[in-house]
Each structure stands twice: as C-alpha cells, then as structure tokens.
Design a protein around this ligand. Structure first.
Ligand SMILES: Cc1cc2nc3c(=O)[nH]c(=O)nc-3n(C[C@H](O)[C@H](O)[C@H](O)COP(=O)(O)O)c2cc1C
Ligand code: SF4
Length: 496
C-alpha cells in the first residue's frame, strides 16, 4: 500500500526589488498623469485605492467617526481616486456594512465626501461602490438545523422513508421526524437530504439567483434597476464624484453575469441573457444620473468550475463600454462556490478558497506569484474594448506595489489606471511618497493577508505592519475594542 504523497512545500515568493523614482521622474511618469473618467471627472493621477471594506460602520449601516478616519487616512496620500467600500443599496439590516438604501444615509455619506475632500486638499476623486447581495446564513448547529431550519415537506418525508427504509416517516409527527434526523448518522443524512439541504447543514443556507421558487429572487430583475438607480442618486446627492457598480466577486450581479447562471426567464443561460439585467441596471442608473461618472467592477475570470473566463468577460466589457460606462475595473475570483467550510456559528466567506486567493493573492500563490498577477485579464479586456472602438479606461489591481510595476503596465498598454488595495493599507502615504521622490521610505506590504483574515471575521481591518505601533499609555490613539490594535496607520514622519 503506498502512502499519501507529502504535501508540496509552499513557496514564498520574495517581494519585488523596488526602484523608486526621483520627484522629477515621477512628475513625468504615466502613473502620475491625469485620466478622464467620464464627461465631468478628471483624476489628477492614475493612482487608485480600490474598494476595501474596513468594518467600521454602525450595525445599522451609518458612517461613523472611524469610517471618516479610515478614508481621511487614505486621502492624505492623495491618490487620484478612492473607491469607498461596497455599500448596500437596500434598506435592510446588513451588519456594520455601509448602506445607501434610504435618504437617511445621505448626511453621513456627505460628511465622508467632505472629509476626503479636506484631507486630500480637493485632489482625490471619490467614488462610492454600490452592491446588492443575496442572503447567506451562518452555519447552524445540527440541533438548530434539524430542530428549526429544515423545512418538513411531503418530499422530505418521502426521502426520509426511502433513505431510512421505513414508510412510517411519511406520516410520523414532525417532532419525531426532526429528532430522528438529528440522531441520524452522516450516511443516513446523506441518504435523506438533498444537495441544498446538506449545504445548509454543513455551511449555512445560501440563496442563488437561480432560486426561482423564491418570489424575491424571481423578481430581482424588477427591483434591482430601481434600487441601483436610487442609490446612485443618493451618492450624487451626498457629493460623490461618481458611483462604481459592484458586479464582481460573490454578489448578485456577478451571479447574473456568471456562466453558471441557468435562469430560464431571459436573464440567464446565454451570454446575452446573463448581460441583460446588468445592462438594465446601467440604463436605469444612467436615466436618473445622466451626467454622473459611472463605472463598474466585474470579474475577468471567476476561477470556479464552469465559471466565466476572460473571453466572455471581454465581451461583457465591450457591452459595458457601449452602454457608456466611464471605467471598467477588473477583479478576479472571490466566489462562494469554492469557499472554505465555515465553523459552526460563522458564515462562509468568498475569499477563503482558491478563487479568493486569486482575488487577493499572497506571496504563497503558485507561480508566477502575486505580483501583477491579474494584469493579463485587464490587458485582454482592454484590447477587446479598444478593438471595438471604445476608449473606456480599464483599471487593474492585484499584487501591485512598486512604481516600476505600475509604470510598466501603463507603458505596455495593459491598463489605463493602476490600483493598489493592500499596499495602500500598508502605507496610505505611499502614492505621495513616490511622487515626492521619497519612495525609499514606503512601508511595503508583505502580501500575507493578515488584513484579509480580519476582514473574514468582520473585525476592523488593520495592517500588521503598523497596528501594534503605539504607546499603550497614549489615549489619543484610537484602538480596536480589545485595545490591542490601532485603527489607522501612524502619520508620515516626514510629510512635505
Ligand atoms: C480588507 C479588504 C476588503 C476588500 N473589500 C472589497 C470591496 O468592498 N469591494 C471590492 O470590489 N473589492 C474589495 N477588496 C478587494 C480589493 O479591492 C483588491 O481587488 C484586492 O485586494 C487585490 O488588490 P491588491 O493586491 O492591491 O490588494 C477588498 C480587499 C481587502 C484586502
Ligand atoms: S496586513 Fe499584510 S497583506 Fe495586509 S496590508 Fe498589511 S502587510 Fe499587506
């Protein structure tokens, strides 16, 4: 009998050598040159902080002082654009995630706009990322699942009778049936429960856009265009420079675009069908905020079995460009389908599996490593968009943390804007330092995803490179509830 092969050792990719430009070279560079993003918005540079949820809103979705601190800190580095974290378009409880589903959220969002304007000296353009998501439940205890959540239908009774070999389960009292399934072995449960019920037991129930038996899912095409349009109007009223539609990762519109979308009501199956709701959303938003900057984030590759690949993503991009969007921001992966099994009491998280690793690649990803890993997707998409005659700017992100990477991407025409999420978290001043010829003092991201681990647990996101750097006796440093981590990066010791 042969033993299992030993797991392959993990390779840790070293950080790229960084050569930093002088202030003169930076001033002449492509990265620090302006870019137009729609009829009325010009960003002063092609530097961009993409959306990052920091888990700092109130439980009912309002902007807090901690949210303001988070965005002010990025704004002091004066990136061309900051995209505010994924913000929910519905007026429903969603935990400490920002919301824009009602007019009562507008004053807080307006304060956020003001804070960024002030901290960046008016230089940074601010976009609001807006999203819709379907429900996902925490993984239940078996007691809760069999005691309450499992729906007892005639069909379940028939499957129980068959699986356990006893017809009495067709008519037995419901409480007895629930107790019997709770006491069942794994093999018995697998013989009785269908795939969705097993998933609900093992991971927590998760809705799909294909759940046409659920009226609120069936009717998504009726409600989402209006909800997105109202969210965009509120974003404009709050003073944002534009709105980014979140059609990426594990959320509703990404699921409509997905090759796995088998809806048969005209909103799935074919490429045209999968594009139909996203295009209807864009049209509805445009109808309400005609001259407002409007972009989209979507996936260049879903990185799941049977998922969308870059060839189809390029066709989506051309359709979005034709629909008049002002930028196309390309992401990758981040899906529920391959997420890790959560612990009891926690919900599955879409950045924990192989597709999640492609979304936020670490130094441990397979060759060629995390650096500029997702640029080929943006490059292929940009080529298709240009080939179709559109000049829409394409934004790329993923493991970009040096000037030469960014400059090379722009010089080769692989993208028009170069974004950095984790490097900007590691050092929110880094764009400014590079521009001022002080690149040698950049605190460099190590790409090991401590921050993402906090995000997964819905804890306030910080960076391991600076969150312990404070004097515990200093009351002016704002900290996490356990007092152990500072919430914003220390100030640049040598600002210009
Ligand atoms: C803590 C954290 C939260 C994130 N939240 C969002 C989000 O709200 N919306 C989004 O489109 N991407 C989100 N992302 C993904 C980033 O925008 C970015 O695409 C990804 O981190 C890869 O870029 P990087 O290598 O520069 O970090 C998040 C990333 C991190 C680390
Ligand atoms: S915690 Fe790690 S991966 Fe995240 S920003 Fe800091 S150094 Fe980078």
């Amino acid at each position: 009998m042969s033993a299992d092969p030993a797991p392959a050792p993990r390779t840790r990719h070293p950080l790229l050598e960084a050569r930093w430009p002088t202030a003169e070279e930076a001033a002449r560079s492509r990265w620090f040159s302006p870019v137009r993003l729609g009829a009325r918005v010009v960003a002063t540079s092609r530097t961009w902080v993409p959306a990052m949820v920091p888990w700092r809103a109130t439980e009912d979705g309002f902007v807090t002082e901690d949210v303001l601190d988070w965005y002010r800190r990025f704004a002091r580095g004066r990136p061309g654009v900051i995209v505010v974290e994924a913000t929910g378009i519905r007026d429903v409880p969603s935990g400490p995630l920002l919301r824009v589903g009602h007019d009562r959220f507008v004053p807080g969002l307006a304060r956020l706009v003001e804070a960024v304007r002030e901290a960046s000296g008016g230089e940074t353009r601010l976009f609001l990322q807006v999203l819709d998501f379907l429900s996902i439940r925490r993984r239940p205890t078996p007691e809760a699942y069999f005691g309450r959540f499992l729906a007892v239908s005639d069909d379940l009774r028939a499957r129980t009778a068959r699986g356990l070999g006893d017809v009495a389960w067709r008519t037995a009292p419901e409480a007895d049936l629930r107790a019997r399934l709770l006491a069942a072995t794994r093999a018995e449960r697998e013989a009785v429960l269908d795939a969705r019920e097993l998933e609900a037991l093992d991971r927590g129930a998760r809705e799909r856009v294909t759940d046409m038996h659920l009226p609120h899912v069936r009717d998504l095409p009726l409600v989402l265009p209006g909800l997105f349009a109202e969210a965009a109007v509120r974003g404009r009223d709050a003073g944002f420079d534009g709105v980014e539609l979140h059609f990426a990762h594990a959320y509703t519109l990404a699921s409509f675009l997905s090759r796995t979308n088998a809806r048969t009501d005209g909103y799935g199956t074919t490429l045209e069908g999968r594009l139909r709701l996203p295009l209807e959303v864009i049209a509805a938003v445009r109808a309400r905020v005609a001259d407002f900057a409007l972009g989209v984030r979507f996936l260049g590759d879903e990185v799941i079995d049977g998922g969308t690949r870059v060839d189809e993503a390029a066709r989506f991009a051309v359709a979005f460009a034709r629909a008049g969007l002002d930028w196309l921001s390309i992401s990758k992966g981040g899906k529920f389908e391959d997420a890790k099994v959560p612990r009891v009491g926690e919900a599955a998280y879409p950045y924990t599996g192989p597709s999640g690793l492609e979304c936020m690649p670490t130094v441990y990803v397979p060759p060629p490593g995390p650096f500029s890993r997702n640029v080929p997707l943006a490059a292929a998409i940009r080529a298709a968009v240009r080939g179709a005659g559109f000049e829409t700017p394409v934004v790329t992100a993923g493991g970009i943390a040096t000037f030469d990477q960014a400059e090379g991407i722009l010089a080769r025409g692989e993208a028009d804007v170069v974004a950095a999420a984790r490097q900007s978290l590691a050092d929110p001043d880094w764009f400014r330092k590079v521009r001022e010829g002080r690149g040698a003092s950049v605190r460099r991201c190590e790409f090991t995803n401590y921050c993402e681990g906090l995000d997964q647990r819905h804890l306030q996101v910080t960076c391991k490179l600076w969150d312990k750097a404070f004097d515990p006796a200093d009351p002016s440093v704002k900290r996490s509830p356990d007092g152990r981590r500072r919430l914003v990066a220390p100030e640049d010791p040598a600002p210009s």
